[in-house]
Design a protein around this ligand. Sequence first.
Ligand SMILES: Nc1nc2c(ncn2[C@@H]2O[C@H](COP(=O)(O)OP(=O)(O)OP(=O)(O)O)[C@@H](O)[C@H]2O)c(=O)[nH]1
Length: 443
Amino acid sequence: MDPTWANVLQQVNEAPLCSFIFGAVIPGERLKVGRPTSQEAASLKKLTTALEVRVFLGYRTSVIVTSSPTPQRRLLKWFFRGHRPAPFTPPNILHYSSKALFRFDSMSPKSSSRLSHSDYGSTSFSSDDDEFTMMSSRLAPTTPPGVCPHCSKVFEQPVSLQCGHSLCLVCCHSLLVAASEAPVPSTPSRRPRMGVSSYVGFQRPESRASTPSLGNNNGAAYRTPQCIVCGAPPNMASPIPNLELESFLRNIRTLRLNEFPSSTSDFDRRPQRLSEALCMHECRIAVVGARGVGKTSLTRVQYSNEIMFPDLLGDASPTDSYIIDIIDGGDLDESMNNAHGFIVMYSVSDRRSFYEAAQLFKQLEVNSEHNQPIVLVGSKKDQEKKREVPTYEGQKLGRAIGCPFLEVSAKRNDCVSETFSELMILIQKQQKQWQETISRAIR
Ligand SMILES: Nc1nc2c(ncn2[C@@H]2O[C@H](COP(=O)(O)OP(=O)(O)OP(=O)(O)O)[C@@H](O)[C@H]2O)c(=O)[nH]1
């Protein structure tokens, strides 16, 4: 498919209702499309509204449109480069960083997955992200991910309604009770008709009294209330326990960000963050180095590799989840205050950049208040013929300043994930040490 908006629009237009659209702001290598023109954006909005699907698109957006529901697994695998085995397990969908956000929405309300879009909600983009959101106008404002749209608290015993949206069991019950207590508009009594519908309308008075949880509407006994997210009508089928969501919520470690003495105050203030709802860790990694050493390339390759690191962290529990925000270049002074860790880069084919990396270390050592962990990286290791800095010099510098050293190639995707996971391990260790120090001081 030619990666143009005209093509994407055509695909969306032709896609049957059971199709899926995946939108992401990961700078994907395939189907990379630029910002749509206002006309294209308007057409897409019209289409997505008609199809009742929310699409999060933006600059550097990868869009995958498929006309069949079956290749979901393959597409997701492709999307995550096969790093995660099962699609539709919550971690696949929830793992994102503010700069690499993955959204999934099913156009089919009766999706095979019980994990509906409301379970993950919409995540507000930070104002500095050059992105925009197009939503179906028929949908109510969504709650943060993992939060019940009725009580606005993290789900407890979530159950899925027939439309696919979820509520806490208690909320579901109270909505039913409220519906049953609401005055029923006086309508002329209908003559009972033959068939299933007439049976539905009929209920013994004693059974109604004995089941106060059932909502009623002109005599019909409902077990699921009207959906407060999409307005789907009440239903006589019982809600289904959303076991996948429940087990995911159970597994999320409830380690609050504010337990860390790191500079997360700005994140704390952001409303409706995933971390607020589910208490995930947020972590900023600054990639610094001389011009042209490959900072952006490394960042991009890492984002398209895999976004989260729970399975890479050596001694971390498998439920540890980090939202990684990679700061590419940027102001060093600001990074020294904001970042939780640094990747200092030089290019193995540029000796000058090696000297600049050594200078950067000095700056970080002198000026950085938080003593953030650092990883030294020699980039472009694939350029063997142009090499100006031998490996042993990088190792020597790493030893001298006491930080891990790796040579990487963004071009070949060699040692990129390892670099980030190495740094994540150090950051995690440092945060644990801080925590212990604090709890000792409090005791
Ligand atoms: N051969 C090779 N080239 C690379 C690699 N990584 C980056 N490059 C090339 O190096 C050049 C600079 O890459 P960038 O990622 O833009 O470097 P940067 O450090 O972000 O540059 P500035 O933002 O200008 O400081 C580009 O032409 C890349 O294609 C690599 O691993 N191998």
